[in-house]
Design a protein around this ligand. Structure first.
Ligand code: SF4
Ligand code: SF4
Length: 311
């Protein structure tokens, strides 16, 4: 069996407790306007190009059979419509100006990398986190990685947007010690406008997960936790109505004791440029610290849970 990933990040400290290895799955059903990993939304690979790094050596032009690369003097031009994403040009680019993202991997390969840092997990209380992209979109692959990691005694976490089949969720519940569950908007129409899909199935899955984790003798590992992650996007989901609805939702979910606010930033803009794509969140503005602090305070008081900022 093999799955699609676009990165394995070692020494991660933002995707669960302790020092972790985060496995980034390729492919996501949502199209969030502020997506930080645009190279991961499609199930296939992606080709980055950085003009700042290009040496105009023309090795890519000589290698590509589709005539994607051409030069007008020193100026490197790319006709991406012709690209079939084979990755050959990135392999010959010694400057690293071309970078190919996304690959096939077996669970064995992934777990072999994860296990390299076992000593750090043991000393920090860390483990492995599946992120993305969306792990629920490749449930058999995700399940196999988690099962192997648990056999090795590692703490396991799944970071999900929640948009996936109930069967996929059921397949992973017995194997995850921690769920990092994104909630982006409570209104179905606004959610669709911001992410391309309604939130109906996401909220159904969230309520279902909460009900399973509350059961004493349910399928989840003993002590499994559910943490909400809320990207804070000014003028999209920071309205009083949405924050009130979010607090009300949390009060409905007894297994949720913790939420993390992720204030919007636009560091990802460069990725879109290097992929030759327009950034759909160009009009979005990061919130200031005072606004984030006030929202944190409001949600902690109204929902009665711990609310932290970041990670
Ligand atoms: S191979 Fe790399 S450095 Fe050389 S021209 Fe192509 S992109 Fe530029
Ligand atoms: S990925 Fe393949 S088809 Fe696309 S530009 Fe590079 S060599 Fe050409």
């Amino acid at each position: 069996m093999a799955g699609r990933i676009f990165d394995i990040q070692r020494f991660s400290v933002h995707d669960g407790p302790g020092i972790r290895t985060t496995v980034f799955f390729q492919g996501c059903p949502l199209r969030c306007r502020w997506c930080h990993n645009p190279e991961a939304v499609s199930a296939g690979p992606a080709l980055f190009y950085s003009d700042r790094a290009c040496l105009s050596c023309r090795a890519c032009e000589a290698t590509c059979t589709e005539a994607v690369h051409s030069f007008a003097g020193e100026e490197h031009r790319m006709c991406r419509e012709r690209c079939r994403l084979c990755g050959a040009c990135a392999e010959v680019c010694v400057a690293g100006a071309l970078e190919f993202s996304g690959r096939s991997a077996t669970p064995e390969e992934v777990v072999e990398v994860v296990l390299r840092d076992r000593v750090f997990y043991e000393t920090s209380g860390g483990g492995v986190t599946l992120s993305g992209g969306e792990p629920l979109a490749q449930p058999a692959f995700a399940r196999e990685i988690l099962a192997r990691c648990r056999t090795e005694g590692l703490h396991t976490a799944v970071d999900t947007c929640g948009e996936g089949a109930r069967e996929a969720l059921d397949a992973l519940i017995p194997l995850a010690d921690l769920w990092l569950f994104d909630v982006k908007h409570l209104d179905p129409g606004a959610h669709r406008a911001a992410t391309g899909r309604s939130n109906e199935r996401i909220l159904q899955n969230l309520r279902y997960l909460d009900s399973v984790l509350r059961r004493d003798a349910g399928p989840a590992p003993v002590g499994a936790r559910l943490v909400l992650r809320v990207p804070l996007i000014p003028a999209v989901n920071d309205t009083p109505e949405n924050l009130e609805a979010l607090a009300a939702l949390i009060r409905e979910l007894p297994s949720v004791h913790e939420m993390r606010l992720l204030p919007y930033h636009h560091l990802q803009e460069d990725k879109y440029r290097r992929l030759g794509r327009e950034y759909p969140g160009a009009d979005l503005v990061p919130p200031d610290d005072a606004a984030v602090g006030a929202i944190r305070e409001y949600l902690a008081t109204k929902a009665g849970i711990t609310v932290d900022v970041g990670g």
